[in-house]
Design a protein. Sequence first.
Length: 488
Amino acid sequence: MSDREKIRSRVGSLKRVRRVQIVLEYLMVGLFWGAIPAALFILATKLFIMPFGNTTSYLIAGGLVLAGMMTFVVRGVLHRLTEISVANDIDITLGTKERISSALSLDHGKHRKDAFVKALVADAAGTVEKLEMKQVYPWRMPRAWRIALPALVIAAGLTFMPQLNWLVSDSDRAEAKVVNNEGEKLLKLAKQTEKKAVEEKDEVLKEASKELQKSGEKLKNNNLNKKEALKELQRLTQKLESQSLERIPEGQRALMKELAEELKNGAQTKELGEALENMDFSKFSQQLDKMLNDMKSGKLSQQQMDFLQELMKAMDESLKSDAAQMDGTEDLKKMLEDLKQAIQQEQELRQAMQNALDKLEKDVNNAAQQLQQGGMNQQSQQLQQLMQQMQQQMQQQGMVSQQTMQQMQQALQQAQQQVGQNQQMSQQQQQSAQQAIQQALDNFQQGQQGQQGQQGQSMQDINQQLQQNRQGMASQMQGSQQQMSGGT
């Protein structure tokens, strides 16, 4: 190796060391300038409700830090560094009195053949071999770490700061509180599910508890707005539904398939059957939710009553299928049988109520006629209007409201009193009107005989039984729905 090559080799090695040091120095500076906006951004997420969760926020903050570092690393790589500048550093640090820098400066072109230059290069080559080059650029931490590290610590520390939401509206703050409460509910449910999974040694329930825990923590601890929270709950619902399918026995699956086919044959139950066939329990629940709410309040429209009729027929046919005889169908069969009986009882009670209402209408019309003959047209018209209202309610919701029944009863009692005080009516007219009104009132009294199918029961009794049966039927439908969806 020539003297020239020896010098350039040692200088080149030092140049690479210096390049690394420069890049590290710029890296620390970049870390500082990246950590500052990251810290400000994280602080903003604690004061505002952002349209994304904490995970996204931290990714953005990390991206800001990384962007700052990469920007300054590129500047470090592009920083101008020449062999002459490195040679000057050698001369200054090691006290070689410009031997190295002079040798590199003169060792080119026509100067190379000069005897003085050759002697200078030879001397410089001997010098660089003897000297400790590590002393030129000793390893040390870049000075910028003193500001970079605190900035990074501040940014990291802000991630543990609680959600303050100081700079949000009252409505947004209330919305965030609701999301937080939902998260706490999910965490509580996760613990209950985990306990049940351990008791039953159920791996599916164990996985479900993990999903509940994951979503609960997101809603409770993360900075989620309502839209993001709904997305998370939708994801959780889909995940739990997928897991719940694994818990359904084969026999029950087969019975559900038969029931789905039968439901698809009905005009009112077709969509419910399609949802069950596709194991889409979210849609299945949506189809039933309104009816269940109406049942709990005791109301059913004619369309809903037709739905129940088709549902009962579908259940009856599916229970006769071969699938109903398979293992693992016992619980679902019992629920379907109980629900079928409740629907049958609903039809019987509704018919009994209609019969009682028809008898009341006959008695009320008779009483109204007697009142009209006695000149009490206003009372007669009031009774007829209330009777018409009761019949309309029966047609629209399958029962009569308790309030309307009380209004009819009070109207009859008032008419009865007014007949006794009416001096314009003859004694015979008063007696006929009193008998007609009392006959109408008897429909509301317990223990009266002669009502078809409900001997010994008043209209209030039948109406109350209808409401209780519908509430029980709603509970049975919810139980069947849960059983078919895997019980989670």
